[in-house]
Design a protein around this ligand. Structure first.
Ligand code: ZN
Length: 312
């Protein structure tokens, strides 16, 4: 089956969202859209396939019925979830458990490792990654006393930055940032702090006990080694390669070839336009290249964020 799988994004309205996802060519239902679930088979936002042999099918159904397209991977659920996020205002401060904790305390669910590629941000934008407590006692005290500015580690953020968020790392996207998130397909999130905001007149639930049992103390920054790989017709930068995913950024000017994979490759066009396998694509196009497709010719002037997983 030599066919690209184009996906229809699922848009989510959020109290902190804005209207910048329209820059990706999406028609927004309101001016507070926070998330585009760009490549997702999650029940809370299962993308429909657009065109081709599987037109109108959910990605989850394709995963369930055509595992040969994914190299015969055996996981029950499609393993990754790609979102494009427009944070007009601050997101709540949260933390995710690891696989072991989630399996035990969340009905066998998986934990969540995620990563962020900053597509754009305001000049003085910041982001929360990690905390400043030295011991568990100190973390408990700062959280319980609500000393958030002492507790959280807030750092400046710039266009093109990349962050890996391991389980146990306190994190939050702050207002003024648009990013692409690649994550394990899991929805298990513990909310640590929500700035005392009201949603429909009530505060959203916090999960302090669970948060405190999964937060890694002290915080250790993830040492990233962004590697530029030599390719003809493009700059290919490996942003991360971890046990859950590999993420690459491709800056194409002219013609190049995306190599085949033994599983599948997620592709999001985040800037510019061109063609993939002869099909016109532009900023906001999201697709999946099945392993059966083999290598894919990419041409034009565009920037792609791609992700894949190893067969285990
Ligand atoms: Zn998160």
């Amino acid at each position: 089956m030599k066919e690209l799988i184009f996906l229809e994004p699922v848009l989510k309205e959020c109290i902190w969202g804005g209207d910048r996802l329209s820059e990706f060519g999406y028609r927004l239902p309101s001016d507070s859209v926070g998330e585009c679930w760009a490549i997702s088979a999650h029940p809370n936002g299962d993308c429909l396939i657009k065109g081709g042999l599987y037109d109108g099918m959910h990605l989850s159904t394709l995963w369930d019925t055509h595992r040969e397209l994914f190299g015969g991977l055996t996981a029950e659920h499609f393993p990754l979830l790609i979102k494009i996020i427009d944070a007009k205002r601050d997101l709540s401060i949260q933390v995710h458990p690891d696989d072991a904790y989630a399996a035990l305390h969340e009905n066998g669910a998986s934990g969540k490792t995620e990563c962020w590629y900053i597509l754009d941000c305001d000049e003085n934008a910041t982001i929360v990654i990690g905390h400043r407590a030295g011991t568990k006692e100190e973390a408990e005290r700062l959280v319980k006393e609500g000393k958030w500015s002492d507790f959280i580690r807030e750092i400046p953020v710039h266009k093109g930055d990349f962050f890996q968020i391991e389980p146990g790392v306190v994190h939050a996207i702050k207002g003024g940032t648009v990013l692409l998130e690649t994550q394990q397909n899991s929805d298990i999130t513990y909310r640590v702090y929500d700035y005392d905001r009201l949603q429909n007149g009530v505060r959203r639930e916090l999960h302090l006990e669970k948060s405190l049992s999964v937060i890694g103390i002290p915080f250790r920054e993830c040492a990233l080694e962004r590697k530029v790989l030599p390719v003809k017709g493009a700059v290919c930068e490996e942003l991360i390669c971890c046990r859950y995913y590999s993420v690459e950024r491709w800056e194409i000017s002219g013609e190049t070839v995306l190599p085949g994979t033994s599983t599948f490759r997620n592709v999001s066009v985040v800037n510019g336009e061109g063609k993939l396998g002869g099909f016109p694509v532009a900023k906001g196009t999201n697709l999946l290249i099945p392993c059966t497709y083999g290598e894919c010719v990419a041409e034009g002037n565009m920037e792609l964020i791609c992700s894949t997983i190893e067969k285990v």
